[in-house]
Design a protein around this ligand. Structure first.
Ligand code: ADP
Ligand code: PAZ
Ligand code: K
Length: 251
């Protein structure tokens, strides 16, 4: 079995797959290193032969987690590293090392799955869009605040926007004009994300006509689904790219 980890700025997404056929044994989303170890250790008949990781966290946090995985499960962690080119995709950044590894792996995974031009939109802590042309050229992309950041900026920089998580969740039952602060903020931010998605799709259309595939991923992708009905929702897109970047021999 292989442990796969996607360490974002807010959460760690994890799953355990069988090395031979990549079928999924377990997985989840946790908010700390300790919670990760507890969740993975709770899997019955766990037999890890390796671990691969993508992280957009600091070097220190990333190596601390690698050390914890080694100490807890006895496996070395293979951490995905920036490259200029892989699997037919060429990194489009002026400095390829600066492109977020989650974005790069999402682009790799998308191009692998689609085999043609693709637009990847990832709604995590930040919202990201990346463009890969039909010939594999990564054209670059966009980054803006995602749902968690928009929400917390409004809460932190205003005096009268205050509400709890439970009412936030209830407010998203509809996108009608809000009749309370929580509805106004939560629905307003979702509309911002939807506007972002629509604009990206428009731009892809201007570039490529109808010959492209749209991928939606990240924890908040479901909030945006209606704005991009043609999109493929692929929650594990980064893991697709991660398996390509960090192959682990099964034995
Ligand atoms: N099961 C879930 N657990 C935690 N957060 C979730 C879940 N489903 C959706 N989310 C939302 O997903 C967002 C985080 O997305 P994610 O892709 O994990 O971000 P990051 O990679 O930046 O850590 C948050 O706004 C969070 O509320
Ligand atoms: C843009 C990001 C902060 C997104 O992080 P996430 O929302 O996945 O937690 C991450 O991809 C990153 O740190 N990128 C480096 C900067 C860049 O891609 O230009
Ligand atoms: K991410």
């Amino acid at each position: 079995m292989i442990l796969e980890l996607d360490c974002g700025n807010s959460f760690i997404k994890w799953r355990v797959i069988h090395a031979a056929d990549a079928t999924i044994n377990g997985g989840g989303i946790v908010d700390s290193d300790q919670a990760l170890v507890a969740a993975v250790a709770a899997l019955s008949s766990l037999r890890l032969i390796g671990c691969r990781m993508v992280s957009v966290r600091s070097e220190e946090e990333t190596s601390a987690l690698c050390a914890l995985i080694l100490a807890s499960f006895g496996v070395e962690v293979s951490v995905a590293q920036p490259v200029k080119e892989m699997a037919g995709v060429r990194n489009g950044y002026e400095d390829y090392q600066r492109l977020g590894m989650d974005r790069w792996l999402g682009a790799l995974g998308a191009y692998h799955l689609a085999g043609r031009a693709c637009l990847v939109i990832d709604f995590g802590t930040a919202a990201k869009a990346d463009y890969v042309a039909a010939d594999g050229e990564h054209l670059g992309g966009y980054i803006c605040p995602g749902m968690p950041l928009m929400r917390s900026q409004l809460r932190t920089h205003t005096r009268r926007i205050r509400y709890d998580d439970a009412s936030a969740e209830r407010a998203l039952g509809s996108l009608a004009p809000g009749r309370s602060t929580v509805e106004a903020v939560e629905r307003g931010c979702v509309l911002m994300l939807q506007g972002f998605a629509r604009t990206q799709v428009e731009q892809a259309r201007a570039l490529w006509g109808e010959d492209f595939t749209v991928f939606l991923t990240g924890g908040d992708a479901p909030l945006v689904q209606d704005a991009a009905p043609q999109a493929r929702i692929v929650p594990d897109l980064v893991f697709v790219g991660l398996a390509m970047a960090c192959p682990i021999e099964s034995r």
